[in-house]
Design a protein around this ligand. Structure first.
Ligand code: URP
Ligand code: ZN
Ligand code: ZN
Length: 463
C-alpha cells in the first residue's frame, strides 16, 4: 500500500493546532506528529497551509422532489469533495407502501452506489408511519442508518409528518439509539400565511419570507422539544435559523434535555433581502426556513460559540433557477424550496467565521467535521486527524482572496448562492481515504470513488 507524508502543515484539531506531519498508509492515517522521520512514496510540503479533517455534511439533498422538480443527484457529489467535504449524509424519503430500509436500499443501489464521489450515508425520512413501519425503526441500527427525519413543515406534501407520527417515532427510536431529526416549522401557520400573502398580491419570491416568520419556526421547535420530553427521547433540530428557535433549544438544554441543533452556511451569511432581488432572481434564495435578518445571523454565530448549535451543514439542494425555480414564476408557493451550497461550506465558514474573528479554527473543525461525525455516529472513523482514522484530509491555503462564482462550482446547477461574495483562501488539496481527489484546487477524483459508510447508533452529541 502506498504511503504519503504530508509535512510541515499547521494541523488543526478541535482543541489545538501545531506545525506537524501526517503519515497516510493506504486509506488510513498511520501517524500524526512532529518531524516524523519515516519513509514514504510521496512527500507533500504543506508549509503555510492548514491541515483539517475532511468535512462531514450531515444534511444534503441529492434527490429532493418538489412539485414535479428534482435536485441534481450524486453525479454532482464531486462538488462536496472539491469544497473539502469528504462525507455526505443524504436524506432519502420512504417510498409509499415500502419499508424504511427497503426505501433506502433501493435508492442506494439506483442512485448512489458506483456513482458517489464522496463517502456517503443516509438518513431515512419517514413519510408513511403505518404500525409496521414504526415497528421497523429498530432495524435501522443494524443496517447502519441510525437516524431518521420528520418534516413538520410542508403541509399537503407526502413527506409532511403530524405530531402523532413524531411522537411515535421518538418513543420507538430512543430505545435503540436512533436519533430523530425534525424540520421544525408550523405547517398550518405557513399555509394560512401563504394564502393570505397570495390574496394580498404577493406572488413574488419575497412572499416566501412573509409567509414564514421566525415564530413559525420557534413554535414548531418548542413543540418538537416538548414531544421529545414526553417521549423522554433526544431530538435533533435541523437548520435552526432564528433567535427565537435558538432560545427554545438553549432553554431545553439548560433544563437538561437532550436537544441539539444545526444551522447552515446560508443562514450565517445571507439574509432575506436576497429574496427581494428583481427579475425573479429572489427565487434562487427560496429555502425553508426562510433567510432572516442580520440580527438573527449574529445570534446564530453566538449560538455556535455557546454550543447551543453544534454543526453547520449545507442543506444542499441543487435546483436549477432557469427551469426548476421558474415553476413558481406566478406563485411563490410553487418555487422548489432549497439552495445549493455543499462546495462552499468550508471556504464560507473560513472567510466569514475564522477570518472575520467570529469563530476559532478549532471551532471550525468542530462544526465542519468532528461534531457532525459525532452526531451521525461516524466518529469511529471520520471527523478527526488521528491514527487509525480514515485519511480524509484537507489542505486549506489561507493565502489570497477571490470572488465566489458559479463558474467554479461542480454542483451542476445554474447558480451559486454565494455569487460575488469574497472568499479568503481556498481548498488546495483533498485526500479521500488516502487518495488525492483535489490537487491545486482542482477536482481530480473519479466517479464511484465514494464508499458507503455504515454508522453506529447514538452519536455522543449530547455532551
Ligand atoms: O428549503 C429547503 N431547506 N429544502 C430542502 C428540504 C428541507 O427542507 O430540508
Ligand atoms: Zn428542512
Ligand atoms: Zn434539508
Amino acid at each position: 500500500m502506498s504511503k504519503t507524508l504530508i509535512k510541515n502543515g499547521t494541523i488543526v484539531t478541535t482543541s489545538n493546532e501545531f506545525v506537524g506531519d501526517i503519515l497516510i498508509d493506504g486509506e488510513k492515517i498511520a501517524a500524526v506528529g512532529q518531524n516524523l522521520d519515516v519513509a514514504a512514496d510521496e512527500v507533500i510540503d504543506a508549509s503555510g497551509e492548514y491541515v483539517l479533517p475532511g468535512g462531514i455534511d450531515q444534511h444534503v439533498h441529492f434527490s429532493f422532489t418538489f412539485k414535479g422538480t428534482c435536485t441534481r443527484g450524486f453525479e454532482t457529489s464531486n462538488a462536496a469533495v472539491a469544497g473539502g467535504t469528504t462525507t455526505v449524509i443524504e436524506f432519502v424519503n420512504q417510498v409509499k407502501d415500502k419499508g424504511l430500509i427497503e426505501s433506502i436500499e433501493n435508492y442506494r443501489k439506483e442512485k448512489a452506489d458506483g456513482i458517489a464521489m464522496a463517502d456517503y450515508a443516509f438518513h431515512i425520512v419517514m413519510t408513511d408511519p403505518r404500525p409496521e413501519v414504526i415497528d421497523e425503526i429498530p432495524s435501522l441500527v443494524e443496517a447502519g442508518y441510525p437516524t431518521m427525519k420528520l418534516f413538520m413543515a410542508y403541509k399537503g406534501q407526502f413527506f409532511h409528518a403530524d405530531d402523532e407520527a413524531i411522537l411515535k417515532a421518538l418513543m420507538k427510536a430512543k430505545d435503540c439509539g436512533i436519533t430523530v431529526m425534525v424540520h421544525a416549522e408550523n405547517a398550518d401557520a405557513v399555509d394560512i400565511l401563504e394564502k393570505r400573502n397570495i390574496a394580498l398580491g404577493h406572488t413574488e419570491p419575497f412572499g416566501h419570507v412573509l409567509s414564514r416568520p421566525p415564530m413559525v419556526e420557534a413554535e414548531a421547535t418548542a413543540r418538537a422539544i416538548h414531544l421529545a420530553k414526553i417521549a423522554e427521547a433526544p431530538i435533533y433540530i435541523v437548520h435552526v435559523t432564528c433567535k427565537e428557535a435558538l432560545e427554545e433549544v438553549a432553554r431545553a438544554r439548560e433544563a437538561g434535555q437532550r436537544v441539539c441543533g444545526e444551522t447552515c452556511t446560508h443562514y450565517l451569511t445571507l439574509d432575506a433581502s436576497n429574496l427581494a432581488k428583481p427579475d425573479f432572481e429572489g427565487a434562487k434564495y427560496v429555502c425553508s426556513p426562510a433567510l432572516r435578518t442580520a440580527e438573527h445571523r449574529e445570534a446564530l454565530w453566538k449560538g455556535l460559540n455557546l454550543g447551543t448549535i453544534n454543526a453547520v451543514s449545507s442543506d444542499h439542494c441543487g435546483f436549477d433557477w432557469a427551469h426548476d425555480k421558474h415553476v413558481g414564476i406566478d406563485d411563490f408557493r410553487n418555487i422548489p424550496n432549497g439552495a445549493p451550497g455543499l462546495q462552499n461550506r468550508l471556504a464560507v465558514l473560513w472567510t466569514y467565521g475564522v477570518e472575520a474573528g467570529r469563530i476559532t479554527r478549532q471551532k471550525l473543525v468542530d462544526l465542519f467535521a468532528a461534531s457532525p461525525a459525532r452526531n451521525a455516529g461516524l466518529d469511529h472513523r471520520k471527523g478527526f486527524l488521528s491514527a487509525g482514522y480514515d485519511a480524509d484530509i484537507v489542505l486549506y491555503d489561507p493565502r489570497g482572496k477571490s470572488v465566489i462564482t458559479n463558474a467554479d462550482m461542480l454542483h451542476g446547477v445554474d447558480y451559486c448562492s454565494y455569487e460575488g461574495m469574497e472568499q479568503i483562501g481556498h481548498v488546495d488539496k483533498v485526500f479521500l481515504r488516502g487518495q488525492l481527489a483535489v490537487k491545486d484546487g482542482k477536482y481530480i477524483g473519479e466517479k464511484g470513488q465514494g464508499e458507503f459508510i455504515p454508522r453506529k447508533p447514538f452519536g455522543t452529541m449530547y455532551r
